[in-house]
Every structure is written in C-alpha cells, then in structure tokens.
Ligand binder design. Structure first.
Ligand SMILES: [Zn+2]
Length: 418
C-alpha cells in the first residue's frame, strides 16, 4: 500500500513538470502567432557581459580570446554593398549580425520567387525591392545598424552619380579620412556593374572587394582591390576559377545561369571574413581567393597594377602610390624596429609540446606574384590578355572563323567600354 502511494506521488510530480513545459510551449506558439515581430531596443555600448540577453557577448569574446584587439570599433565602420542578390544579401546579414556601424545597400531589382533557391529573402517579400526588403529584415535582426537603401542602377549616368555621391557622404563619421565608407563590396553578377564600381573606386581612391560566382554555380572568388597598389578590374582580364566548362556556352544571351545557395553562402562567408579582417586588423586579408567546389580547392594569388591600364583614374592612383613609396617605407621600417625592440629574445614557447613547426612560405609567394601571366593551378583568365589578343587575331581572321572573331570583338569592346 505504502509502495503504491509512493509511486503515485512520483507520477504526479512528473505530470506536474510536463504540464509546465506544455504551458510554456502553448504560450510561445500563441505569441508567435500574434506577432508583429518584436524588435529589441538599441544597445548603447557593446558589452562583453556573458548573459543570454546580450546580443554581443559572443562577438566581444573575440577580444578575450586574443583574436581582435578592439571589437567595438566595428561600430565606427561603414560598408557599401553593391548588389543585394545571392551573395550581397547574405554578406549584409552577416555584417548586420556582427554589429557593423552602417550599411549602404544598392540594387535596382525586386525579390522574385525565382530567388528562393538562395538564402535570405522570403516568399512574402516577393515584389518588394531587394534593398527595401533587406533593410526591413536587417533592422529587425539588429536595430543598432544604420541602414541605407538605394534602389537604383549604378550603370546609368544618374545612378553612377548618386552612387559616387553617397560614398562620399560623411555624416555618419565626420572625422573619417578619404570617403564616407571604409569598404565597398561588389556582389553584382555582370561585367558592366563591376566596371562601374571599379570606375567609382578608382576615382575616389576607395578600397573595395570584388566577389563572383560562376554561371554554372560550382565556383567563385573574392578579390581585394586597392587603387594604385593592386590591379584594378580593368588592369587585366578578370581571373576566374577553372571549372573545365567552355565559357562560350555559358555566356550566350538568354541562357539562364545556375545558382546554388551553398556556393553563394561560401563566397559570402569568405567575403565577409576578409572584410572583418580588413576592418578590425586581424589575420591576413586575401588578395585573391578562388573556390572550386568540385574539388574543394582554394587557389590564391596577388596581382600588381598594369602600368598600361586603360582606366586613367587607375593610372593616377598608380602614380600617387609610387610617389608615396619613400614615406611608406620609412614608416614600415620604424614600425618593424619598434616591434623588434619590444620583442623578448628567444622562442615564444620554450616547450614545443605539440611539435609544431612554422614553414616560411614567403619565397613561394614571391615567385608567383612576380610573373603576372603565370597563373597558379586552378585559375584562368576570363578573357584573353591584351598582348596575346593581337597575336591570336591574325590566324583567326585568315581562317575566317567568324563566330570566334565576333566573340573576341565583343569581349574587346566590353573591355574598352569604360
Ligand atoms: Zn587598372
């Protein structure tokens, strides 16, 4: 009898517990059904306090872990994202979740059901402009980020003007050097728009990063472009990751490009990772990083500017860069000396518990960067380089392979379009 009573009390306690859980679930579901989404209030300072309600605790932990010196600095930075598609929208979401200070979003397109194979946009946003839909979602995720929506085409005369003007707006950070933004991210899907970003950034001396995903959806790349210091987009035919598919079959008018949320997500991740490294000053920023998803291969290389570049603003930036060399060298030397004097003698870790050895790869890097036409494995030029072009022209013409000639002419026109 006593045994039976004991069992019943235990059963009752279990029931009580599950009733409380059930009650909470009903409460959550009801409130979810009623929403109007709940926005959190703005946060004045980024706190490193480890509590569930702090949206920045995991990011501020990067400081405690010794990765980033001052994470909260991210709130001072402005990033412009051109093209809010499969890569740009995901990049925007990542930067928003990281607590970036200000985001400027440029796109002329609207959300369509055909975009639903990618991340970020939702079916109920169909018909909205991509920039408005993005601002709506992003402001809910993180109300601390200042968001600006520019629904326009930067390749039109008016659009280009608005684009360059908006990049120069310094109201967010009046003491900033150069333009009003710290970095421009190009996430567009066509050559003309890339050339427009290239033109604006060369004119303004604005550092930018280019990104791209192949039309067969299985490869992509990111590239850092510093006007005058690295190759601009017009300096040499753009590099793409070799996929083994004939480019001419892909680039034909009216052919629907393939896209995968995976490749686009990887490229957006690589782009924003390098953005964070560039802005917050940790790790190494990749000058060019390719991604071949079929082989999980990541080729990388450096590209020097072309002294015969067809873009005159690029040539001006190159001259300025060369003129500033003595001052740059002197400050680099002073920095190295200061670092050397502050370093203690001897190895950093006396007991090498894990038998880790550091390989010096500076020689390998040097050998690839000197020869501009020797490409590392897995990379090809999207178009023929200009010197080779003229050599190839003659046999093509005598053989009267008109299709190929027309194709080459179109590519050359496109190259000279700026
Ligand atoms: Zn150039």
């Amino acid at each position: 009898m006593e045994e039976e009573l004991k069992g019943m009390v235990e059963d009752l306690q279990v029931l009580k517990g599950s009733l409380a859980t059930l009650e909470k679930r009903v409460q959550n579901v009801t409130s979810l059904a009623k929403t109007t989404p709940t926005r959190r209030s703005k946060v004045k300072d980024m706190s490193s306090e480890v509590i569930d309600s702090n949206p920045y605790s995991r990011l501020m932990a990067l400081q405690r872990m010794g990765i980033v010196e001052n994470y909260e600095q991210i709130r001072d930075f402005s990033v412009a994202i051109v093209g809010v598609g499969g890569v740009g929208s995901v990049a925007a979401e990542m930067l928003t979740r990281c607590g970036i200070g200000r985001l400027l979003l440029y796109d002329y397109d609207t959300v369509e059901l055909a975009n639903m194979n990618r991340l970020f946009f939702r079916p109920e946003q169909v018909g909205m402009t991509k920039t408005d839909a993005a601002v709506h979602t992003l402001s809910e995720i993180n109300p601390d980020v200042v968001l600006e929506s520019y629904t326009m085409n930067i390749t039109t005369v008016k659009g280009f003007e608005t684009f360059t003007e908006s990049l120069q707006n310094k109201k967010f950070s009046t003491s900033k050097h150069g333009t009003g933004v710290d970095l421009v991210l190009s996430c567009v899907d066509n050559y003309e728009a890339r050339m427009a970003v290239n033109q604006a950034c060369n004119e303004l001396g604005q550092t930018w990063m280019e990104s791209g995903v192949s039309e067969d959806a299985v490869s992509g790349h990111i590239q850092l472009l510093v006007p005058g210091e690295t190759a601009c987009f017009a300096c040499a035919p753009p590099l793409v990751v070799a996929s083994g598919v004939d480019e001419r079959t892909l680039k034909r008018e009216g052919v629907c490009a393939a896209s995968l949320p995976t490749t686009m997500g990887v490229v957006a991740g690589l782009l924003v990772q390098n953005t964070l490294k560039y802005l917050l000053g940790f790790g190494q920023v990749s000058p060019y990083l390719g991604y071949n998803s079929l082989k999980d291969f990541f080729p990388t290389m450096e590209m020097k500017p072309n002294p015969q570049c067809s873009n005159s603003a690029c040539l001006n930036r190159q001259k300025e860069y060369i003129l500033a060399k003595p001052a740059r060298d002197a400050s680099a030397k002073a920095k190295m000396e200061a670092e050397a004097s502050s370093q203690t003698e001897g190895p950093l870790h006396l007991d090498n518990e894990w038998n880790i050895s550091v390989v010096d790869d500076s020689e390998i890097e040097g050998s690839t960067s000197n020869k501009s036409d020797a490409l590392p494995e897995g990379l090809v030029r999207e178009l023929p380089i200009s010197d080779n072009y003229e050599n190839k022209m003659i046999p093509v013409e005598t053989n009267a392979v008109t299709d190929d000639l027309d194709y080459l002419r179109k590519q050359l026109d496109a190259l000279n379009a700026d």
